[in-house]
Design a binder for this molecule. Structure first.
Ligand code: HPA
Length: 272
């Protein structure tokens, strides 16, 4: 057995021993969006620092635990807080929980994040359905030997964000009277916010939003054959489009729209 598979086995055995049963949907809850996990029923909570092969997340606003249970009638395993490349974790570590979700039986992943709006029609507080992504992190979590049992050497990214899931989310958004935006998420390594010049470049090459997460997890989800729904919260206009950027604004915006965000994810999940 490869080192990675052995680690996954040890991690999943531990998680199961804590009372986590069947998983259908994995959920990754981004900055300020972790509250959704509190609505999970019949919860089993597993702190990251107790899980073998899991690192500890270091960002303010990230609780750092797995929350298992029922949400919108589905068996979900939520990450309350994720791992970022800019924290110094390897890309393999950042994406390890996605491998674990797959090994626990998940067929789908819902990824969420806080990000900056590049599209001039976006406003802080908008929710954006992710239709595609640009990997601008400078690396890729699949670099290295490939284990064919986990996925193909050259995964197809044509439909990394599952089109049928996007249709469902759009319908739910319309029914809720929500002006759900849609667009391409471009992932940078961070931790600096982008420069105005980088944002002009991002817009020119087709990005609607920029952030420091999600891209690696979705690459591994595609490698693993997981269906993906991605929802971004536009917390600010990107660099050069507003006076300055700061984490406090990111937190304040997610705080303001978390009700709408939770509603959209729960109602969409019910229909998936
Ligand atoms: N850039 C990158 N990441 C972010 C931003 C941004 O403007 N806002 C929230 N996360």
């Amino acid at each position: 057995m490869t080192e990675l598979k052995l680690a996954i086995k040890e991690t999943t055995e531990f998680i199961k021993s804590q009372g986590v049963g069947e998983v259908t949907f994995g959920l990754i809850l981004g900055s300020g969006l972790g509250e959704l996990a509190e609505e999970i029923e019949d919860k089993v909570v597993v702190p990251y620092n107790e899980i073998p092969h899991f690192p500890v997340s270091t960002v303010v606003g990230h609780a750092g635990q797995l929350v298992y249970g029922t949400l919108s009638g589905k068996k979900v395993l939520a990450m309350q807080g994720r791992f970022h490349f800019y924290e110094g974790h390897s890309m393999q570590t950042v994406t390890y929980p996605v491998r674990v979700m797959k090994a626990l039986g998940a067929h789908s992943l819902i990824v969420t994040n806080a990000c900056g709006g590049v599209n001039e029609n976006f406003e802080p507080g908008d929710l954006m359905l992710i239709t595609d992504q640009i990997n601008f992190t400078g690396t890729n979590p699949l670099i290295g030997p490939n284990d064919e049992e986990l996925g193909p050497r050259f995964p197809d990214m044509s439909n990394a964000y599952t089109p049928a899931y996007q249709e469902v989310a759009k319908k739910v958004g319309q029914k809720s009277g929500l002006h759900l935006k849609e667009g391409v998420y471009m992932g940078f390594s961070g931790p600096t916010y982008e420069t105005p010049a980088e944002i002009r470049m991002a817009r020119t090459i087709g990005a609607d939003a920029v952030g420091m997460s999600t891209v690696p997890e979705v690459i591994v989800a595609a490698h693993s054959g997981l269906k993906v729904l991605g929802i971004s919260c536009i917390t600010n206009l990107a660099a050069g489009m507003q006076a300055n950027l700061n984490h406090e604004e990111v937190v304040a915006t997610t705080e303001r729209v978390k009700g709408e965000f939770k509603d959209l994810v729960k109602k969409t999940l019910a229909e998936l």
